[in-house]
Design a protein around this ligand. Sequence first.
Ligand code: UFG
Length: 332
Amino acid sequence: MDILVTGGAGYIGSVVVEQLLEKGHAVTVYDNLSKGHRDAVHPDAQFVQGDVADGGTLSQILNRNNIEAVIHMAASSLVGESVQFPEKYRQNNVVAGQVLLDGMASCGVDKIVFSSTAAVYGEPERQPIVESLRTEPTNPYGETKLEFEGLLKRYAEDVGLRFASLRYFNAAGATQRNGERHDPETHLIPLVLKAVLGQIPHVEVFGTDYPTRDGTCVRDYIHVVDLARAHILALDVLDARSEIYNLGCGGDGYTVREVIDTASAVTGVLIPEKLSGRRAGDPAVLVASSQKIKRELGWEPEFQDLGLIIESAWSWLKGEQGAVRTARQASE
Ligand code: UFG
């Protein structure tokens, strides 16, 4: 299939592109590089630098490259930042998203896989979270992702769009080619590994008084490879229908403390930490039920063990540090 991946230069997008190419799809990556990295785009994918809000360029690509389906991953995705700049989130995640849907409608492209988020649920009373639970986001990030899901439903009714909305829990880990590099970094696992490398003095533990097994927040970490595989499976659904799926590993999840301890065991380094107060907007526990996608699409996570997930992130990061050092030496 000819597939357009918006945000394909980002962390998760670059891994989705790797897998699409492995499956023999023709891939066009569309990314404005505001967060993504040009060198994360696989050389076998066609790259176009551009903004989702630019409907003219988008329509040109949809037509010229005979695009049959879109995987829409370009978005602003930081909870804290969304509280500070809600308008930016509305613009990038809803307004620009609608430009994409209009472009698809006018070019006759009727299939889309969308990167949604567990943040649409807010602070649910029941865990694990099933798709039918009430959606009550507690921050503009979750609100805007939910709003876009609403647009998907409207376009499905009005113009026959078919969509799969994948509500991600906490993506982590790396492939050999691609891993997590945000600037600034706010996510727990990359920060823990930065502390191992001495690039930051300690890991800050946000809150030790949550009603959890050790007082720190519980999250459901899913390997980026497993997450990406779900996109490939979801593409097949779109011939027939539209669906929403949660994507996490389930189980008991892992606390912040368990993440730090596991990273210590993987790297052999005692990680310095600093206990801090709660971070605004953090729910105590977010654990997915992924029964629906397992049942309907036969999806199974390959990496359920946090040690393996962190090990992959650590191998990638060490390779990345090596490459940076070599480049620096070459320029000296
Ligand atoms: N945490 C710390 N110290 C840090 C960073 C994080 O203690 O320095 C804690 C957080 O408080 C949280 C957990 O580690 O309890 C995970 O935090 P992340 O920032 O890594 O991830 P979030 O759970 O906040 O958010 C991620 C994505 C969102 C997505 C959400 C869904 O960034 O886009 O998962 O679960 F919505």
